[in-house]
Design a protein around this ligand. Structure first.
Ligand SMILES: CC/C=C\C/C=C\C/C=C\C/C=C\CCCCC(=O)SCCNC(=O)CCNC(=O)[C@H](O)C(C)(C)COP(=O)(O)OP(=O)(O)OC[C@H]1O[C@@H](n2cnc3c(N)ncnc32)[C@H](O)[C@@H]1OP(=O)(O)O
Ligand SMILES: Cc1cc2nc3c(=O)[nH]c(=O)nc-3n(C[C@H](O)[C@H](O)[C@H](O)COP(=O)(O)OP(=O)(O)OC[C@H]3O[C@@H](n4cnc5c(N)ncnc54)[C@H](O)[C@@H]3O)c2cc1C
Length: 663
């Protein structure tokens, strides 16, 4: 039967070259080809089916995840996929699994914190999956406060071993993904104790389970921590609990890039900053930022397509009702999210560049950009994950009642995504790190020249007193006007915090007292980074008919939407007047009208298969209603017309009501 495209009329309206935009979204023609090929491969293979996840019991769900992970590995090996292709395949399989932590944290931790010899020994085993690793840092009692971890690694010079021990209940490792049921090895973070002295937290490679029968090794108690938020969702992951009872490991299983313990029991610190022990977190925060655009664009694709299909009210002379996407309120909720998805895509690309740059510098013993890289990864991880989690939930609401159905894909997407606001650093804790960086920068003005993302602070005198030059709504389309408003707001908020801090005798007390304001200053700084990198992106040549124009519209929507949402900041710091705010809002409305005819094409440019989207509401052809109707009948509750439990619980009730009525 011929497939009808219910969204064809929308696609015909678009004013730009969608194929060219697909390449911009993917990052390059090569990245597009790879993504397109691998996503289709996964979508066409029934072994990767995922539409039954929310109906399975935890045990069945987990076993199914194990099957899929093994099947994915077999596919990777059989097809001789490259590392890049394999990573894409795991991405499109779209099921959180122990492999995320193995490839995403265990391998990077060895690469970043292991010596050359340690890498040569452990990486080949990990690459072939002859060992499976997890990242065991967080404990029952401490997650955010890494320096507060209690697990100990005490050097025994007699045997040349470390004794890994959990001295208290609160020192039990708690949360590591893959730990609960699968990992054979962990990078366990523990306090390094040498000669009775505590040298702080370091990573150790510890074998947890037998490579023969998977049973825990002596001294290891390990299991899963239990069900998490949502059906299906992150419950495919075996987040685990782990206790060590005086577990002995050879000395050379301490990750020794940052500091070493010699055979004689001497502690030595390398020439690199101690903070490199936290290096894996910096790496993963960067990948989480890149991932935010994927999750948000998925939700936006679903909500945009459905908003074009859904009609409600407004019929004229018996004609069709209004598509809900034509309501200005729908547009003002949806289009900023569409623009955010693009903004996050570009900031993810830029952050990857920054991370590569800092890694190369570290290899050449240049540590100068590490504080900025830490502040950027921490702050952008916080900002993008918060906006994405909130955005997915907004997309669910944008889809009305049907958005609440699991078959919309949105509840599961939200449940899987929302812990990103907590893992890899609680978002508030991370913004406080950015605030520390900002306060240090302000306190050193005149002594140390701010560079990179904080470079705008060199113009602090101007930014503290400049006046917005916007006179007409269109003036807000000028990138310099936008940039200056955002720079002035960020600078003024940071300087105000620094001035307030100077009123405290004890700076730490002051920091704690003013922490809510400091978080707002950090948000302003991070939003400025995203805005400025989006604007920079548009200064490059971008091929394809109308592509650049569409991106300019999206950039302006993203920026003016932030200005509108945070207008309290802009007004109270005197960066703009109420008149400027009102003109910005006028401009925003006009931009929504410009994006409207292109909305469907802009989400098509994500190039998501129906399999990956996993949503009836977001399906490419927009044929939503028959699919929803059919899916309802697939629910196990509809296996029988009369439900199980009728005779036990419904019939007696009905009979009793009849007797009561006769009385
Ligand atoms: C479904 C999955 C979807 C998408 C993901 C995609 C791919 C990712 C792949 C796999 C991931 C999958 C699932 C996620 C798994 C999540 C795993 C985890 O959660 S692991 C545990 C993470 N834990 C944390 O993040 C803990 C947060 N806490 C900290 O980082 C630190 O404790 C702290 C808050 C930074 C404080 O540390 P500390 O007390 O030591 O620091 P100070 O504030 O005193 O600072 C001292 C000094 O150090 C600087 N600094 C701190 N951190 C760093 C750093 N990382 N790098 C560089 N420098 C750092 C700080 O700025 C201070 O500098 P100074 O002021 O002295 O100049
Ligand atoms: C799904 C999931 C997967 C995870 N995977 C792993 C893993 O693989 N490996 C691993 O080691 N860990 C993992 N974690 C743990 C995760 O990294 C921690 O939960 C996270 O770092 C937050 O720490 P916490 O739980 O101690 O939160 P807490 O710090 O206890 O946060 C509680 C509240 O206190 C606030 N707060 C804390 N400190 C401050 C402060 N200084 N100032 C102001 N407010 C503060 C926070 O903002 C938050 O509101 C995972 C967690 C989740 C949810």
């Amino acid at each position: 039967m011929e497939r009808v495209d219910h969204l064809a009329h929308e696609r015909n309206k678009s004013e730009f070259d969608v194929d060219a935009m697909k390449i911009v979204w993917a990052g390059s023609p090569h990245a597009f080809e790879l993504s397109d090929r691998i996503s289709k491969l996964v979508a066409s293979d029934p072994g990767f089916r995922k539409d039954n996840r929310t109906m399975l019991s935890r045990k069945d769900l987990f076993k199914n995840t194990l099957r899929k992970a093994a099947y994915a590995w077999k596919t990777i090996v059989d097809l001789h996929l490259s590392e890049e292709e394999a990573a894409k395949l795991r991405f499109y399989v779209d099921e959180p699994a122990y492999t995320d932590l193995h490839w995403g944290m265990f391998v990077p931790a060895i690469k970043g914190q292991g010596t050359d010899e340690q890498q040569q020994k452990w990486l080949p085993l990990a690459y072939k999956m002859q060992i499976i690793g997890c990242y065991a840092q967080t404990e029952l009692g401490h997650g955010s406060n890494v320096q507060g971890l209690e697990t100990t690694a005490t050097f025994d010079p007699q045997t040349d071993e470390f004794i890994i021990h959990s001295p208290t209940l609160t020192s039990s490792k708690w949360w590591p993904g893959g730990l609960g049921k699968v990992a054979t090895h962990a990078i366990a973070y523990a306090r390094l104790i040498v000669g009775g002295r505590d040298y702080g937290v370091n990573g150790f490679i510890v074998q947890l389970r037998s490579l023969e029968d998977h049973s825990p090794l002596p001294g290891i108690t390990v299991g899963d921590i239990g069900m998490k938020f949502g059906n299906g969702a992150y419950n495919t992951m075996d987040n685990g609990v782990l206790q060590f009872d005086h577990v002995r490991i050879p000395r050379d299983q301490m990750l020794m890039r940052v500091s070493q313990v010699t055979r004689e029991g001497k502690y030595k610190q390398s020439d690199v900053p101690r903070q490199l022990v936290y290096g894996t977190m910096v790496y993963v925060r960067q990948t989480i930022v890149a991932d935010a655009s994927c999750a948000l664009s998925r939700a936006v694709c679903i909500a945009t397509r459905y908003s074009a299909v859904r009609r409600q009210f407004g019929s004229q002379n018996g004609g069709p009702e209004t598509q809900v996407i034509d309501y200005k309120t729908q547009q003002s909720r949806l289009f900023p999210l569409l623009a955010s998805a693009y903004a996050f895509r570009f900031i993810g690309e830029w952050l990857k560049w920054l991370y590569t740059d800092v890694t190369q510098r570290l290899q050449a013993n240049d540590f100068s950009t590490l504080p900025e890289a830490h502040a950027c990864t921490a702050g952008l991880k916080s900002l993008t994950t918060t906006a994405t989690a909130d955005g997915i939930e907004e997309c669910r609401k944008l889809c009305g009642g049907h958005g609440y159905l699991c078959s919309s894909g949105l509840p599961e997407l939200f449940a899987v995504y929302v812990p990103a606001c907590t893992y890899e650093g609680d978002n508030t804790v991370l913004l406080l790190q950015v605030a520390r960086f900002l306060m240090k920068t302000v306190s050193q003005l005149g002594v140390k020249k701010p560079v990179g993302t904080i470079g705008y602070m060199t113009r602090v005198d101007h930014l503290m007193q400049c006046r917005c030059g916007v006179q007409r709504a269109e003036d807000w389309l000028n990138p310099s006007a936008l940039l200056e408003a955002f720079e002035a707001r960020a600078a003024r908020m940071s300087v105000a915090c620094a001035q307030n801090l100077s009123n405290f005798d004890n700076p730490e007390e002051g920091f704690a007292e003013l922490s809510a304001d400091l978080v707002e200053a950090a948000v302003a700084h991070c939003q400025l980074i995203i805005v400025s990198k989006f604007i920079e992106k548009l200064q490059q040549e971008i091929p394809g008919k109308g592509v650049k124009q569409q991106l300019e519209v999206l950039c302006n929507i993203y920026t003016l939407f932030l200005l509108h949402k945070h207008q309290g900041d802009f007004l109270s710091t005197g960066c703009i007047t109420p008149k400027h705010a009102s003109l910005a809002n006028d401009q925003l409305r006009s931009l929504y009208s410009q994006v409207r005819p292109n909305a469907i094409a802009l989400v098509d440019a994500f190039n998501y298969t129906d399999h990956f989207l996993g949503s009836i509401l977001g399906c490419y052809d927009g044929n939503v209603y028959p699919k929803l109707y059919e899916a309802a009948w697939e629910d196990p509750l509809n296996d029988s017309v009369v439900p199980d439990g009728y005779h036990q619980y419904i019939r007696p009730l009905l009979k009793q009501q009849i007797r009561t009525a006769r009385l």
